[in-house]
Design a protein around this ligand. Structure first.
Ligand SMILES: Nc1ncnc2c1ncn2[C@@H]1O[C@H](COP(=O)(O)OP(=O)(O)OP(=O)(O)O)[C@@H](O)[C@H]1O
Length: 366
């Protein structure tokens, strides 16, 4: 790396490098075209056409810094679809989910290593499909240990198919339900913290508990639209608490939004999250909020599933496309029809009974 420059000086110019490499066409002779030759007077013309055939270059580049600046150039771009299949599912286990493919490899996200994940992207670019992919994978791979609190602030339609899975504690569809669910989680978290302290356990690993509780929020920006200011602030605070202290106690957060502005992310969520999956965004300001760099605005248009996966480095991936039929085949064995009131107090570890509780948020004027 030339002295005084950093990786972002190159990645910010990704488009310029790529267009520079592709600004001409190349000779391409397709042997199959010879089989289609017609033996008539136009033969020389046909041959000339085959020999002079030119195709626009579609080279792709990847940039990385590992002490050296590495720029990889590929003849072809990344595939535009990656169906979620049984073979793909077999490549992940435990708390690992598939993120997608790059030009070189299959990428996974391990929630034991990076417990919180931010997902962002304009509408119709694949956020919800990705969340369904994550939920299905975890239910399939850890059916006895995973628990979910699903908060779908777009009305609950996307998560509805998971509502009767035994692993799903709650599907919250609006401000009141979201607040109630988060209050319940907060109480559980505080109880766990007190128990861990009394037992001298540092974290869930040391406690030897297998359960992991995932809180999945789809359209987190809606929280800013809650009518009541108190509800808004309380929700932000509670999500922030999950991000701040939840990881060690087995809580995992996936926070998705299509409007990533600075005020949409609870401060603690941004501060405690070191992984992001970012689909195309409207502008570089939004990209800066999610990735701390420009780039998500330059992802291709009309290409759902294309995203930047950011951990300690940034990778351009094509995420798997999971169909609702595939989801249903995987979750049907886990569906139990229960009254929702029973689910709310569902035991979160093993089969031990917990008293059913209700939670009330009281706002006092100061
Ligand atoms: N990984 C993918 N590969 C190919 N196509 C995809 C992928 N993900 C999503 N799509 C296509 O894009 C459409 C929109 O995806 P999805 O519902 O996940 O978008 P979204 O970002 O959640 O949008 P909204 O915010 O409007 O719900 C899907 O119906 C599907 O046709």
């Amino acid at each position: 790396m030339p002295l005084g420059l950093e990786l972002s000086d190159f990645t910010d110019r990704y488009g310029k490098f790529k267009d520079g490499l592709n600004n001409r066409s190349a000779h391409r002779i397709n042997l199959k075209d010879f089989l289609r030759l017609k033996l008539d007077r136009s033969l020389p013309k046909q041959l000339r056409k085959i020999i002079n055939n030119r195709e626009q270059l579609r080279k792709e580049i990847e940039m990385e810094y590992d002490g050296m600046l590495i720029i990889r150039v590929y003849d072809k771009g990344l595939r535009t679809d990656l169906p979620y299949t049984d073979e793909l599912l077999a490549k992940v286990s435990n708390w690992v989910i598939p993120i997608g493919v790059t030009l070189r490899e299959f990428i996974r996200h391990d929630f034991e290593k990076l417990q919180m994940l931010v997902v962002a992207g304009m509408t119709r670019y694949g956020k919800t499909v990705f969340l369904k992919n994550a939920i299905t994978t975890l239910i399939h791979n850890e059916p006895d240990n995973v628990k979910f609190t699903l908060i779908d602030l777009k009305g609950g339609l996307a998560f509805n198919r998971f509502a009767n899975c035994k692993q799903v504690n709650t599907v919250a569809k609006n401000a009141d339900e979201a607040l109630l669910a988060l209050e319940a989680l907060h109480v559980e978290m505080e109880e766990r913290q007190a128990l861990f302290l009394s037992k001298g356990w540092e974290d869930i690993g040391e406690a030897g508990w297998k359960e992991r509780h995932f809180i999945v929020v789809d359209e987190g920006a809606e929280i800013m639209g809650f009518e009541s200011k108190e509800a808004r602030e309380r929700c932000m605070y509670l999500l922030g608490e999950v991000a701040r202290i939840g990881a060690g106690m087995g809580f995992r957060l996936i926070f998705a939004t299509q409007y990533p502005t600075a005020d949409v992310f609870p401060r603690q969520v941004k501060a405690n999250t070191s992984a992001a999956l970012c689909f195309k965004l409207k502008n570089s300001t939004q990209s800066m909020v999610v990735l701390d760099r420009k780039g998500a605005e330059s992802l291709p248009v009309k290409l759902p599933g294309r995203a930047i996966y950011q951990t300690d480095c940034d990778l351009i991936v094509q995420t798997p496309y999971i169909t609702n039929d595939f989801i249903d085949t995987k979750i049907t064995p886990h569906i139990t029809i229960r009254a929702r009131s029973e689910e709310h107090g569902a035991s979160s570890r093993g089969n031990e009974e917990k008293p059913r509780r209700s939670y009330t948020t009281v706002f006092e004027e100061t």
